[in-house]
Write a protein that binds this ligand. Structure first.
Ligand code: CA
Ligand code: CA
Length: 418
């Protein structure tokens, strides 16, 4: 935090969490402005804008509104005057960073002869489960290589969240990450080429939110919270987030809780930091990553093709389920294929299986699908729940079998992770 940031933080109010996100472009810093319930967010926005503050987004729920604002540190507003004009403001905070969750090794192009079923697709046992239609998966990532011969070009739309066009129409600079995630969920099957995804018929609805630019940089938690809202507004049933960061965000958690209550299933990477220290009691010394570690979100661990935990996969009391996340073959840029590792790669296996199973049981709530995935997971590590794999490796056919015996109708289950 530079001197100007410190000055602003001090001026804006006491009790400010001193967790700084890395400085973004130039001298702009993101802050969160919390308003009392019932406040007129538009009026506060007008005052802030009149002082040269860029109001990026307004979040509103029963607890009041939060404004995400960019402040140009080279042109600080008159903070004393600003504060006097904003009695509705109950507090301020600094926003925190979110990044994609692949292991940062160079992606290696793999020449695929004919069509290959990646090991992870076999491991989650999805090939025998037909897609029942009517589900939409939102992928918050680096975009989607629209026109890749092994990815659908229909039933996919998206939006630019300031990082560039969602469809890679800005050329080859787009990071491979989002396209790799999309291929695991929905690469086309039976087309004689490339790979095959969890839902391979080209008939899954996809909504792509390009949140990250081509440079592998970070976004703010408020950007991610906004992206989640946009996924829900587009009618998404599942939100797949191969991303995260070390610090929790109350704003982000509130948005996740609200969407979870509205019926959206949220899935995120457990993180690639391994874990430090002991795990007793209840993971107090473990490294949590967010948004995966909110109760409203399924946290996904990464396992390899021997069903051993990836060395990087974070293990905590919030890990809920595991997916294939080492040497995962999928689609990459420019019509190519490549292998990548990370809890980023494990996450879309779970998102895809959730959509696949749910499409056959649309009478189920998001909580009930989540519960079915947990109950039917292939148990790994110590018997029952464990901090490494959660309830175990996600299993599509077993989840179908579970729901055949345990129908959703009239049954209520909780939304916690275990
Ligand atoms: Ca294919
Ligand atoms: Ca276990």
């Amino acid at each position: 935090m530079n001197m100007k940031n410190t000055l602003l933080a001090t001026a804006l109010g006491a009790g400010l969490a001193m967790i700084a996100a890395p400085a973004s472009a130039a001298d702009t810093q993101r802050y969160l402005v919390n308003l009392a319930p019932g406040s007129d967010a538009a009026a506060v926005t007008a005052v802030l804008q009149s002082h040269g503050v860029d109001v990026v987004r307004s979040f509103e729920d029963a607890n009041g509104a939060t404004l995400a604002v960019n402040v140009d540190m080279a042109n600080l507003p008159d903070l004393v005057a600003l504060r006097a004009q904003l009695p509705q403001v109950t507090g301020y905070g600094i926003d925190v960073a979110r990044r994609t969750m692949a292991i940062p090794t160079p992606i290696e192009d793999v020449v695929v002869d004919g069509e290959t079923v990646p090991w992870g697709i076999q491991a989650v046992d999805s090939l025998g489960v037909p897609y029942g239609g009517g589900r939409k998966v939102c992928i918050i990532d680096t975009g989607y290589d629209l026109g890749h011969p092994d990815l659908q070009t229909t039933r996919v739309d998206g939006e630019d969240e300031g990082a560039g066009p969602w469809d890679n129409s800005d050329g080859g600079g787009l990071h491979y990450h989002g396209t790799h995630v999309a291929g695991t969920i929905a690469a086309l099957g039976d087309n004689g080429q490339g790979v095959i995804g969890v839902v391979p018929g080209g008939d899954l609805d996809l909504h792509i939110v390009r949140l990250f630019d081509s440079g592998g940089g970070f976004v703010y938690a408020s950007d991610l919270a906004g992206a989640m809202e946009d996924c829900a507004a587009a009618g998404s049933n599942v939100i797949s987030m191969s991303l995260g960061g070390d610090y929790s965000s109350r704003l982000e958690e509130r948005v996740a809780e609200r969407l979870n209550k509205k019926g959206v299933l949220l899935v995120a990477a457990s993180g690639n930091g391994g874990s430090i220290g002991g795990l007793e009691p209840k993971g107090d010394y473990a490294t949590f990553s967010y948004p995966a570690s909110y109760d409203a979100v399924m946290s996904v661990a990464a396992y390899d093709n021997n069903l051993e935990k990836a060395y990087f996969s974070q293990y905590t009391s919030q890990v809920e389920i595991a997916g294939p996340g080492v040497d995962v073959l999928s689609t990459v840029l420019n019509g190519a294929y490549g292998t990548a590792s990370g809890t980023s790669m494990a996450t879309p296996h779970v998102s895809g299986v959730a959509a696949l199973v749910w499409s056959n049981h649309k009478e189920c709530s998001n909580h009930q699908i989540r519960n079915a995935l947990r109950e039917s997971a292939y148990d790994l590590e110590a018997p029952g729940y464990d901090y490494y794999s959660g309830w175990g490796l996600v299993q599509a056919q077993a989840a179908m079998d579970y729901l055949a015996v345990n129908p959703c109708k009239g049954k209520k289950t909780g939304a916690g992770n275990h």
